[in-house]
Design a protein around this ligand. Structure first.
Ligand SMILES: [Zn+2]
Length: 356
């Protein structure tokens, strides 16, 4: 049969999905026929006769799932479709090879061909509204309220009013190389800073996370995979923040209040989500541009010229080899700013002082 020749795994999965949707729609109408046609179609599209690959099993499960109460229908089918797209271990190559070989079996009967053709012709696009399909549950999941309330202990600023404050911030870590070097300098200079951490790194460096906290610095959320949050929808934004929250909470025992958007890229939607979830979106006032290989001298001059009271200085504690320059720069700017009368605080202390 033409349709099955050279059918790639993705096309196969798409065909299975389309058929399952059709089966779902028609089964919802109480018709027996669609299930039959769905099975015939699946049989025709199966890579090997008698193959009991995960895809085949899943397809059958999907049909079975359609018969369950409408309540759990959408999610169950969705799950099975995903499973159908990921054959069991070792199946992948076989399926591809067989599907591409042109040896796929013909449908068992001409009736099968007819039904399969009918199914193909009448298969609606996935988004077509159907009277019998319950509303998808997803919209609930994208509510901004999906984030946990931050449990970071509230911070007070103990210094005197009108003090010249500055916050040092380090993004994209932690790691086990640059971040410890930065922590060594902060410890020696008796300065606290704020680390905007990326979820993937948080997962890998529990020890460094704990050290940051133990030595008096603060931890903020800088997304899970350093995505441009301004380009994402609610669900994806919430995921990026939440997955990092979970990992931070696991490592240091609280859900942070501070969020810094990767690249400083902010959308009205992101602002809204952050606000509704009682978080603080934190930017910066001085960008050292350490990430692009600025020299230590350039960065030192930049910081010296552009740092004012209430300033937030952006640096990185992970990312590329240029963080070596950051490590060299740090003691120099600490001394420069101290000599100008600045007091180093965490971002939360800075925010608290502003509210004072
Ligand atoms: Zn970043």
């Amino acid at each position: 049969m033409r349709r099955t020749r050279g059918l790639g795994r993705k096309k196969y999965a798409a065909a299975v999905t389309a058929v399952m949707i059709l089966a779902g729609l028609l089964a919802g109408c109480g018709s027996e026929e669609p299930q039959h046609s769905a099975r015939v179609e699946l049989g025709a599209a199966m890579p090997i006769e008698g193959d009991s690959s995960a895809a085949g099993k899943s397809a059958e499960l999907a049909v079975a799932a359609d018969l369950q109460p409408a309540d759990g229908e959408a999610s169950q089918v969705a799950k099975v479709v995903v499973a159908g797209d990921s054959p069991a271990e070792g199946d992948d190559g076989d399926a591809k090879e067989t599907a591409g070989s042109g040896d796929a079996p013909e449908p068992a009967s001409s009736e099968g061909v007819e039904l399969a053709a009918k199914a193909e012709a009448t298969t609606p696009p996935a988004k077509q509204p159907a009277v019998t399909t319950p509303p998808a549950k997803q919209p609930e999941a994208v509510k901004p309220a999906a984030l946990d309330i931050p449990t970071e202990p509230s911070v007070k600023f103990a210094g005197k009013k009108g003090a010249k404050l500055v916050a040092l911030t380090f993004d994209d870590g932690p790691d086990d190389h640059f971040t410890p070097a930065i922590l060594d300098i902060l410890k020696e200079k008796k300065v606290h800073a704020t680390f905007f951490t990326v979820g993937i790194q948080v997962k890998r460096h529990a020890k460094v996370m704990k050290r940051i906290l133990q030595e008096g610095s603060e931890i903020g959320n800088h997304s899970y995979a350093h995505k441009d949050l301004s380009k994402l929808d609610s669900l994806k934004i919430v995921e990026q923040i939440k997955w990092t929250d979970i990992n931070i909470n696991k490592q240091i025992g609280y859900v942070p209040r501070l969020v810094r958007a990767p690249y400083g890229a902010v959308s009205p939607l992101l602002k809204d989500i952050v606000k509704q979830n009682r978080r603080e979106l934190v930017g910066w006032t001085v960008d050292t541009r350490d990430w692009e290989g600025s020299t230590v001298a350039e960065m030192r001059a930049n910081v010296s010229k552009n740092t004012h009271a209430g300033g937030i200085i952006l640096m990185h504690s992970f990312g590329n080899k240029y963080v070596n320059n950051t490590v060299q720069l740090l003691p120099q700017i600490i001394e420069d700013l101290k000599s100008k009368g600045f007091t180093f605080v965490t971002v939360s202390e800075l925010l608290a002082a502003k509210k004072k």
